[in-house]
Design a protein around this ligand. Sequence first.
Ligand code: NAD
Length: 281
Amino acid sequence: MDSMQLAVVVGAGGMGAAVARTLAADYRILLVDIDEQRAAAVADELREGGGCVDTAQCDITSPDNVAALVERIGRQGGVRVLAHVAGLSPTMGDFDTIIRVNLTGAALMSDALLPHAVPGAAAILISSLGAHVCGFDDGVLSVLRDRASSEDLPDELRGLVGAERADSNMAYQLSKFGLLMLARRRAKDWGTRGGRIVSLSPGLIATPMGAKEFANNPAKRRLFDLSPQKREGTMDEIADVVAFLASDKASFLSGTDILVDGGLSGALSDVPFDAMRKAAR
Ligand SMILES: NC(=O)c1ccc[n+]([C@@H]2O[C@H](COP(=O)([O-])OP(=O)(O)OC[C@H]3O[C@@H](n4cnc5c(N)ncnc54)[C@H](O)[C@@H]3O)[C@@H](O)[C@H]2O)c1
């Protein structure tokens, strides 16, 4: 068991737990979440199934928390996989919080872990279908590209999109698009260490978070009706793609996004852009 390489899974919610469960077959897992009890409960379940799992409490938006976590990881040897799953849906926070958790948190975590990446390492950042149905001007793109870990990121983005448009839906799309840019931008750095970084964009996935979005967002139901397979994806379908992306079978995949949406974005090509961007998150 000790010879297993380390996979850091950030986020112990629905999808994070599924990812950790799948990766636990091949890696020892460090499961990270702001909610210590949630991570501990998932870890207990995985240990019962034979997994080698440790947990860490960390607020990914806090540079100090991330630095302390990474110092601990550094003492344990290198990292083979970062599966960064933690994130907030639009109903779970305001503009600033969603930007900070979804984008700044992922940037802080992936940048801090990079010096500990072993050759062959892979970082997988969970984005969203929402990142594929939005468009931003050059000013926004340049801030998303260059300032993802800045404390001022929410204010800078609000200034650029305008206060009246800066709601939690806009924050979600900005943050998830920012993850696509982060994977592209950091591919060179990860490559220098013999590693890779990609983003993965799930479509509608049956998670407790997804269920909340269905309850609070009628546009989501309309989106479901348009889905080619007339179903949500499962958390295991996402976890299996994460496991593939983490493995050497994906050794030439870096700096790009993998869209895992059952064909929904393709089916949306007939839908007017504004309706689509309101619905697809
Ligand atoms: N469910 C879907 O349909 C769907 C679709 C597309 C993308 N996604 C994305 O998938 C990811 C996971 O979704 P989920 O359903 O597992 O969500 P979830 O809410 O079940 O889990 C998210 C986890 O992130 C943790 N977290 C929140 N803020 C944190 C912080 N500051 N520091 C550390 N941890 C923090 C929470 O405690 C929680 O355990 C999210 O990024 C979401 O945007 C979900």
